[in-house]
Design a protein around this ligand. Structure first.
Ligand code: NAP
Length: 291
């Protein structure tokens, strides 16, 4: 493997800019991943984090377009509120109702959502996953759950159960996915230990899309009784790399996966949208690991 270029980035009169907006933003690993990729391909590009608070979102979006930025990522809490500020939505962003990547061309802003494809690529890369034979239990009903449910339904998963602390949000998401994917049997379940246990026994794939686990002291979001080696378990959280949920499921010999692969592949898809070049996945993976 050739050694990576460690010379400092040089900004020129032609440097193209990409970035990420969010609140908070200091924790983001995306600059490390994208700047390593630009450098590896010899592209005169730079990726910068922008701390944008909700009250500044509209001005920030207009400003980025006026400055000729090529595109940017969107993270919490702007993924849904940015939608009405854009000129167009790609079909998957329309279906999900949220945007994580914006492309700016000729002053027009188009919203994309690469979270679903990022999740899917990471899952297929890590485990032999047969969508058409896998029933899925989704924990959570926020932005990432929307992307994961939409992606799984697109890939032909026959049935999805959505379990969320706030029942009404699970119901609303189930209805939304049913409307976009009538062939998929989608239902919401109450957030109770009894329902969790029944759904664990029913599902082949379980995905934690809640924030429970972000704090290393967090418990598992659900009781893991019933998890077995037949399950594939994904936790979208990547920091910490092993949540209590994943730790328990690994101990029960389930096939597990954290959120780092999804972060990598959603970023790679955004990179390709902005630059028109295939993303150097291995370079980006190493940069993420090191960040
Ligand atoms: P979000 O839209 O804010 O949704 C948060 C979800 O967590 C909601 O369903 C919420 O339930 C649930 N929740 C929060 N606290 C809870 C608790 N104490 N007990 C049970 N449920 C709780 O966030 P998001 O964008 O979907 O992100 C969710 C997680 O995915 C985050 O940890 C994020 O870091 C991760 N993520 C990873 C990637 C990646 O690339 N790997 C991409 C996107 C997101 P209520 O509806 O009841 O509030």
């Amino acid at each position: 493997m050739p050694p990576e270029d460690t010379t400092p980035l040089v900004v020129t009169g032609r440097t193209r800019l990409a970035g990420i907006i969010g609140d908070p933003i200091a924790h983001t690993r995306s600059p490390a991943m994208h700047n390593a990729a630009f450098r590896a391909l010899g592209l005169d590009w730079m990726y910068v984090p922008f701390h944008v608070r909700p009250e500044g979102l509209q001005a920030a979006v207009r400003g980025l377009a006026a400055l000729g930025v090529a595109g940017f990522n969107v993270t919490v809490p702007h993924k849904e509120t940015i939608v009405p500020l854009l000129d167009a939505l790609a079909p998957e962003a329309e279906a999900i109702g949220a945007v994580n990547t914006v492309v700016i061309a000729d002053g027009r802003l188009t919203g994309h959502n690469t979270d679903g494809i990022g999740f899917s690529k990471a899952l297929h890369e890590a485990h032999r996953f047969k969508a058409e034979r896998s029933r899925a239990l989704i924990l959570g009903a926020g932005g990432s759950a929307r992307a994961v449910c939409d992606q799984l339904a697109r890939e032909g998963v026959p049935a999805i159960r959505i379990c969320n602390r706030t029942d009404a949000k699970a119901e609303a998401l189930a209805e939304h996915i049913r409307a976009h994917h009538p062939a998929c049997d989608v239902k919401a379940l109450p957030w109770t230990p009894l329902d969790h246990r029944a759904a664990i026994n029913w599902a082949e794939l379980i995905v934690n899309c809640t924030k429970v686990g972000l704090d290393p002291q967090d418990p598992s979001p659900i009781d893991t009784n019933g998890i077995s080696p037949g399950h594939i378990i994904v936790d979208l959280i990547y920091e910490p790399r092993e949540t209590e949920f994943l730790r328990r499921c690994t101990a029960l010999r389930a096939r597990t996966l954290n959120g780092l692969g999804m972060l990598l592949h959603q970023g790679a898809a955004g990179f390709a949208l902005w630059t028109g070049r295939e993303a150097p996945i291995d370079v980006m993976r190493r940069a993420l690991d090191a960040a």
